[in-house]
Design a protein around this ligand. Sequence first.
Ligand SMILES: C[S@@+](CC[C@H](N)C(=O)[O-])C[C@H]1O[C@@H](n2cnc3c(N)ncnc32)[C@H](O)[C@@H]1O
Length: 244
Amino acid sequence: MSGSDGYFDERVADRYDESAADMFDPEAIEPVVDFLAELAGEGCALELGIGTGRIALPLAQRGVPVHGIDLSRAMTSRLREKPGGEEIGVSIGDFATTTVDGVFSVAYLVFNTIGNLTSQAAQVDCFRNVAAHLEPGGCFVIEVGIPELRRVPPGEKTCVFDMSETHWGVDEYDFANQGLVSHHFELVDGRFELVSMPFRYVWPAELDLMAQLAGMTLRERWADWEREPFTSESRKHVSVWEKP
Ligand SMILES: C[S@@+](CC[C@H](N)C(=O)[O-])C[C@H]1O[C@@H](n2cnc3c(N)ncnc32)[C@H](O)[C@@H]1O
């Protein structure tokens, strides 16, 4: 890992909102905010990996008090610069272990960020940490892609997931360790720059077991934020576990 900002250092933070522009589209954000606001009810929300505030800011604008945890000062300083950013509490630290004051009706971890924890032990710690912050009946929401192993050709370990004039994305799998490195080749000022980031891919059933270890049970699983049914063809899932 690079410095104390982890993989989301100044270079990544500088371009984050632009390179994830699709995810900042109101059409992408509104269903997420609707979903989370409904679960938050009158309570507070905790975002793990709050980043530049893509979800936290519009959720707070809906009237839900949001607190965030993130390793990266580079990312969270971009959140601070945005309107309303100063009002959102942020704790700098690893969301698998960092504790914050207060109890929350919903905690959420979106945009594949559970995979940034690259060991099973860290992912289990994350579930336990969340459970300790939730009020009884509180919910933990994860949005994460289904591992795309069916797209890797037999005998190969890489798979191109994006190819445009300005970005090439290649996932490189380490099947034995349930790991992958996402390589992003991005056109910046006329030349391609490489950013490579490690992930641990994880199946829905394994997440359910992690929830069980943390004393939570699966309440809902959908293919997306609009609650389309989750099937064998779904490319991602939005799952909700509940603390009894
Ligand atoms: C893909 S970005 C998502 C940001 C934001 N949630 C969004 O949806 O745009 C992942 C964020 O998680 C943070 N992050 C990754 N691993 C982390 C960890 N172990 N502890 C705290 N933050 C972490 C990164 O610094 C980054 O801001």
